[in-house]
Design a protein around this ligand. Structure first.
Ligand code: UGA
Length: 450
């Protein structure tokens, strides 16, 4: 059992979610963040990104005085468990930039007490924990090291954490594993109470697994899981290209293929490819880290190549339908890398808007939550609109790039009246082609036949 306090480095998606969940399970939590802008927003009880339930849990944790938000790493000196949730962005060569990881390890080595457990939650290449243990040894510290990878998805972060499939804890120190497991057991006991705070119905699903393993296996489990999900998506996209040429519908194909329990339907949605802060960097990080061990990963190189081809493939389809993109008005709906988040890092919607703009189209764009975040990555001639209506009025084509619920429920009769042209490009395959056709609109999806 953990009786002392918990410290968490990094108030990003993983760190902030963990902090508010642990604090609402009764732990005393220090959240350490050095960005002054983030600190100010968080202390006012608001998250700096959109995620269902996070603001309510943050406010409750602050109200209960179970959470303190600080930029002072020295607070860790009394902590029993210290989590690292800092970023591992990609280097220009695709490898993982571990400078934040090692800087946190150094801070811990300098400030933590010897009975503390250091828990690595950031996604790191296999072998990183071993290097950190060597660093502790060199500095004659006895701090235990544990790898506890995170599997939550942005947009469903809270629900994924409360109704988890598995908690993986890997270490060469058994009692440290037990200690970290006990935090998750306490979280699980509090899940109905937490669900009530954010006003969601408990999910009816069997309890998740608690998996104990060694440090290196835990590190590899995380990157393997993400790489495999990315592989499923690129596989679906390869089949989608064949479906386009052969007149099959990839949605029907994947529904039937995924009905086989051995395969599963999840992550077989073809479309504009994957984006975000995880899959692109984790796949390139895996390729780079394998090559450091002298292992080639041609399968993951193919996954990346297919993924990178998808926005251009869809833009070509649009060009095929419109004859030319030059001066054609196109509205891109969806700038977040997926629904449920304001995150637009490596967003396929942003890529598509930029490709269309570069090809001479007059592009308007709209996202219900990511307009501001995406703004800086869009070419200056792309015009971001604050309402969907403004974005689509007078356009020749609409391209849907994020699977937001509100895009699924669009009133296409009204949309048809607002548009000048009639082309709907569904880059996330969320619409029913026969319904769209009923309004005199021309539908093209990805892998849904000619
Ligand atoms: C991913 C993993 O799903 C999490 O388990 C993991 O914890 C997280 O990375 C991480 O490493 O932190 P996330 O990046 O939040 O989570 O988003 P996903 O829901 O996995 O989606 C990733 C991308 O794949 C999105 O752009 C999404 O639109 C795309 N996608 C997903 C598809 O194109 N097709 C699909 O069938 C599923």
């Amino acid at each position: 059992m953990v009786k002392g306090n918990i410290s968490i480095f990094g108030a990003g998606y993983v760190g902030l979610t963990s902090a508010v969940l642990f604090a609402n399970s009764g732990f005393k939590v220090n959240l350490i963040e050095n960005d002054p802008k983030r600190l100010k927003i968080l202390r006012s009880g608001k998250s700096f990104f959109y995620e269902q339930g996070i603001d309510e849990l943050l406010q409750e944790a602050l109200r209960q005085k179970n959470l303190s938000i600080t930029d002072q790493p020295a607070v860790i000196k009394n902590s029993e468990v210290i989590f690292s949730c800092v970023g591992t962005p990609d280097n220009p060569d695709g490898s993982s930039n571990l400078s934040y990881i090692y800087s946190v390890a150094k801070t811990i080595s300098e400030n933590a007490n010897d009975v503390a457990v250091f828990v690595q939650k950031s996604t790191v290449p296999v072998g990183t924990g071993e290097n950190i243990e060597l660093l502790f040894k060199k500095e004659q510290r006895k701090i235990a090291y544990v790898s506890n990878p995170e599997f939550l998805r942005e947009g469903t972060a809270i629900l994924d954490s409360l109704w988890f499939d598995r908690v993986v804890v890997g270490s060469n120190n058994d009692s440290a594993i037990t200690k970290v497991m006990s935090i998750y057991e306490q979280l699980e006991k509090n899940k109905d109470k937490i669900a009530k705070i954010i006003n969601v119905e408990p999910i009816n699903k069997p309890s998740g697994k608690y998996i104990r393993t060694n440090r290196n296996s835990a590190e590899l489990i995380k990157v393997t899981a993400n790489a495999f999900l990315a592989l499923k998506i690129s596989f679906a996209n390869s089949i989608a290209k064949l479906a386009d040429e052969s007149g099959a519908d990839v949605v029907d194909v994947m529904d039937a293929v995924g009905a086989d329990n051995r395969i599963g339907r999840a992550f077989l949605n073809a479309g504009r490819g994957y984006g975000g802060g995880c899959f692109p960097k984790d796949v390139s990080g895996l390729i780079a880290s394998a090559s450091e061990y002298g292992v080639d990963m041609p399968i993951m190189i193919a996954v990346t190549d297919i993924n990178e081809s998808m926005p251009g493939y869809i833009a070509n389809k649009a060009q095929g339908e419109l004859e030319t993109l030059e001066n054609k008005k196109v509205a891109v709906l969806g700038l977040a890398f997926k629904a449920g988040t304001s995150d637009s890092r490596k967003s396929p919607g942003v890529k598509l808007a930029n490709i269309l703009d570069k090809s001479g189209a007059k592009v308007t764009a709209f996202d219900p939550h990511a307009n501001i975040e995406a703004g800086g990555d869009l070419r200056s001639s792309v015009v971001v609109k604050s309402s969907l209506r403004d974005a689509v009025t007078g356009v020749d084509a609409i391209l849907i790039a994020t699977e937001w619920e509100e895009f699924k429920k669009l009133n296409f009769k009204e949309i048809a009246d607002l548009m000048s042209g009639n082309l709907i490009i569904d880059a996330v395959n969320i619409l029913d082609p026969s319904v769209i056709g009923g309004f005199g609109l021309n539908y093209i999806g990805v892998g849904r036949g000619k």
